[in-house]
Design a protein. Sequence first.
Length: 337
Amino acid sequence: MEQEAQAAWEPSLGWLPDLPTLRIRLTLRLLTAGVLPAQKGSMLRGGFGYAFQQAACPRACWQREECVSDIICPFRWVFATPHPPDNRYLHDLRDLPRPFVIEPPLDARTDYRAGEALELTLVLIGRGIDFLPYFLISFERLGDMGLGRDNVRTRLERAEALAPWSPVGTLLYHNGQMLAAAELPVLRSAAVVERATALPADLRLTLNGPLRLKYRGTYLEHIEPAALVQVACWRIDALAAFHANGGWSHSYRPLVDAAAAIEVRPETVAWRSLRRTSTRGPNRLRMDLGGMTGSAQLRGVPVALRAVLLMGSIVHIGKASVFGNGGYEIGENPKTR
């Protein structure tokens, strides 16, 4: 059954929703010394939201729950994306996915000295790319606001648009100055499919952050290919529907069914606890964001599923994706070389 379902997808590889992405490497220069949390994604996302509102939203709205303007400002497009009544996608979805991901440093370092650099990657998705200047201004403001319990001050020193699957790219911003770029290295879905086609059927999956997946009513503590594919397809669908030119043109259920045939050979997969305190609203809420970490081998991955997993690795999947959780890498299994 899985082979028949997969075969229906193999003849055409243009079916993946067109979901443009752009990776920006940001370099923050520390102006003061202090202690930062080991897991910096939550810290960066929390402060960044306030900074973005100040950069993109009318001042009259800053302290209000409801917007007072009839104009949909960039803040609302990014953090409170409107759900058009005639949009047939995910009509019952209330909390729409944000068109960006903040990938914090992977190390757990906490003590920093003035003058040191903090590097992170910002992934802009779909129409989120249109708001690139607001994202950069917001990271400038975030540095003035201070990071962590010590309010560590930073300065946005550099912003580089990275070429797809490359550690180098085009310099867009340097020390307060926006630089003209001939063309942004935006990654399109067709290029994702092309790269997936070149990958082998046997892959290594490496989790860069806690991956929290709920499947059939429970949170997984081991790699389940059908769950990975289902969650990746759902997120791709939602992001493309609300922040690009539309989600899947047909059901992705055959892909989920086909994933059941993938063989998994765990290497070092374990559960990692992680909590976050939300400061939004009148009450401080503790949220459990723990998930799986480690790596595993995936054997016999068809090309269509490789494309889905590759796109999922770019936009992240699972709980707290916007914080950088649910990030992973897929590549050739070294034992098959």
